[in-house]
Ligand binder design. Sequence first.
Ligand SMILES: [Zn+2]
Length: 104
Amino acid sequence: MEKPKKIAKERIKKLFDLAEQEAKKEKWEKSRRYVELARRIAMKFNISISRYKRKFCKKCNTYFTSKTVRVRTQKKDMRVTYTCLVCGNIQRYPYIKEKLKRKA
Ligand SMILES: [Zn+2]
């Protein structure tokens, strides 16, 4: 019964891998297409892609590399902000515990 969903999950993983590879080669258009496709499949099959959510821009689908994102930690409100350097979109996430430990 769960087979289509399983296949979809595998495809999503593969698409994010491809997006990463293309992003590393600075093939941004291709990379974006893969992210877009992965998100579309996730939506269709109602699959959570939260494990990938810090890896791409929700607004323009750019896969994040050191060239496409600026990461800032804001100790004050315990948040990390990811600024997409392509479209300027800002995504905020809670501070990760490991990072706190490293500082201590
Ligand atoms: Zn963006």
